[in-house]
Design a protein around this ligand. Structure first.
Ligand code: CUA
Length: 359
């Protein structure tokens, strides 16, 4: 029975290990969705085959040597005749690595220059200033006057130029299907650009250990056609206030709005035209987001309530305070009001459509 349990565990680990190797997973660098990732992936595959060539050649020589010169039964144990200086062999193992290095080096250096992030954005490019914080992302669109967090909306077929900065420690900005990773370093402006060819949802991830909730420092890139991107943009420029009036639960929303200030939310979070906190994610148009807590949960009223009730249970280590004691009799009512208010921010129709797309 013990044997069988061990066998099952080996199986389980084998399956788990192999399941990490899917070539077309949601964060696979091989399932490219834009020109930058595609060229990087092509280069990687090209280099891979040289690596295979070396591996096969070395393994073949090793196997030949092991078999040919193995110790035999009639061996008298004496040291064989020692030789050195076989010119043609030495020429091969000196020249071959040099040739391989040149064949790998030229396309690598050429691609580094071709994809150089340090570019002057043109009028057609979309510029996004990315700031990494423990453990969420701020996305600022200087051309559009929009600031948002954790969900990056981009139009397809257009170059997006990123200025990367950190507000605290080192982070790394990585959307595997769109481009390789680039570090975010305090006081050191890094750049990166990529482009999405087709509409879609792409998962991003912080790729530099930044303590605490590093593994939960996710983000989403939502690439859409120009028309949909313009709708998203416009939803930031229209005032959210009139829409709130039209909600059936306007009263609850209004009390949530008041709580947002009295509970101290506004000292950390910004909402355009209403609050200016800078410590936590900007919540302007929060209702149109598909996820919350930097991509950890789908943005539903139930999940938002769960998050407000006990943020540490959802995302251990994060800086969001727990606002209510367990026995606070007003807790559930206040959470419901805040949820109603936050979910009302932005366009309702767009929200339900994009939440479905994000699942
Ligand atoms: Cu930010 Cu890891």
């Amino acid at each position: 029975m013990v044997q069988r349990g061990r066998l099952q565990r080996v199986w389980l680990w084998g399956v788990l290990l192999l399941s990490g190797c899917a070539l077309d997973g949601p964060q696979s660098i091989f399932k490219t969705a834009g020109p930058v990732a595609e060229q990087q992936s092509d280069l990687l595959i090209y280099i891979f085959w040289f690596g295979m060539l070396v591996a096969v050649a070395v393994t073949a020589v090793l196997a030949y040597t092991i078999v040919t010169y193995r110790q035999r039964g009639d061996d008298d144990g004496s040291v064989p005749e020692q030789i050195h200086g076989v010119a043609w062999l030495e020429a091969i193992w000196t020249a071959a690595p040099a040739v391989i290095l040149v064949l790998i080096g030229i396309p690598t250096v050429a691609l580094i220059f071709r994809l150089d992030g340090r570019i002057e954005p043109t009028q057609e490019d979309l510029v996004v200033n990315v700031t990494g914080y423990q453990w969420w992302w701020q996305f600022e669109y200087p051309q559009l006057g929009i600031t948002t967090a954790n969900e990056l909306h981009i139009p397809t077929g257009r170059r997006v130029v990123f200025n990367l900065n950190s507000g605290d420690v080192l982070h790394s900005f990585w959307v595997p299907r769109l481009a390789g990773k680039v570090d975010l370093i305090p006081n050191q402006a890094n750049q990166l650009w990529f482009q999405a060819d087709e509409p879609g949802l792409f998962y991003g991830q912080c790729a530099e250990l930044c303590l605490g909730a590093h593994a939960y420092m996710r983000f989403r890139v939502i690439a859409s056609s120009d028309g949909e991107f313009d709708t998203w943009t416009a939803s930031f420029q229209e005032g959210a206030a009139q829409q709130v009036q039209a909600q059936p639960n306007a009263e609850q929303i209004a009390s949530g709005e008041a709580l947002f200030k009295t509970k101290g939310c506004a000292s950390c979070h910004a909402i355009a035209g209403y609050a200016e906190g800078q410590k936590g994610p900007d919540l302007t148009n929060f209702g149109v987001r598909t996820s919350l807590a930097a991509g950890v949960l789908a943005n539903t009223p139930e999940n938002l309530a769960k998050w407000l009730r006990d943020p540490q249970a959802v995302k251990p280590g994060n800086y969001m305070p727990t606002l209510w004691a367990d026995d606070d009799p007003k807790r559930e009512d206040e959470i419901s009001a805040l949820v109603a208010y936050l979910e009302s921010l932005g366009q309702q129709e767009e929200r339900s459509a994009s939440v479905q797309a994000g699942r």
